[in-house]
Design a protein around this ligand. Structure first.
Ligand code: IMP
Length: 192
């Protein structure tokens, strides 16, 4: 339940707190089943899956997801920045790396939004080169029609067909709106 009027910058609440919590519980259950019963965990040393949280947008999602996964998991943080211009479409740079090696680990990348696909593709490539035992991707929002390159997504919270810039629940516009408890579409006049 989302109480009170939405922030004035929000055109429409797309997913309220209750809807987000319900979907995250489902995703977490699916992840637990896959890693515990379906043999997705293949770390030869039997260490818990490692959630790789992509800062800063996936912080809130990772915190809630991790607490609903019904098995031990660890997490680490990584941060990337993307340049969006015509000369280098999809150029992504690592800003903050993981603290520990991931060789032999079962790694699950946790992302807030997959849009064009360039960021997740860069991360998948970068982390795969470090020889994890397995590498999967979980995103809260999948902007399906915006994809510019094909990407493999193992767990997606909400497909979003609508062409909206979304904020809240960790997601920002110019660092604002991350602490809204719901996910909303930002009014165009608040983007400049
Ligand atoms: P991609 O590389 O185009 O897939 O972009 C993914 C990243 O762009 C996400 O991790 C977000 O940080 C950012 N992004 C894309 N769409 C939105 C949005 O609607 N709201 C907030 N951030 C977004």
């Amino acid at each position: 339940m989302t109480t009170g009027a939405p922030d004035p910058a929000i055109a429409e609440i797309l997913f309220d707190e209750e809807t987000i919590a319900r979907r995250i519980a489902e995703l977490a259950g699916e992840i637990g089943t896959d890693y515990m019963e379906r043999g997705y965990a293949s770390d030869p040393e039997g260490r818990p899956p490692l959630l790789v949280c992509i800062l800063r947008g996936a912080l809130v999602f990772t915190a809630d997801l991790a607490r609903k996964i019904p098995m031990p998991v660890e997490y680490d943080l990584i941060s990337v920045s993307s340049y969006r211009n015509r000369s280098a479409p999809g150029a992504v740079r690592l800003v903050r790396d993981l603290e520990r090696p991931i060789a032999g680990r079962d790694v699950l990348i946790v992302e807030d939004i997959i849009d064009t696909g360039y960021t997740i593709e860069y991360l998948r490539r970068t982390l795969k080169a470090r020889s994890p035992a397995s590498l999967r991707v979980c995103t809260l929002i999948d902007k399906v029609p915006r994809r510019e390159i094909p990407v493999e997504i193992d767990y997606a919270g909400f497909p979003l067909e609508k062409d909206a810039f979304v904020v809240g629940y960790g997601m920002d516009y110019a660092e604002l709106y991350r602490n809204l408890p719901y996910i909303g579409a930002l009014k165009p006049e608040y983007m400049r």
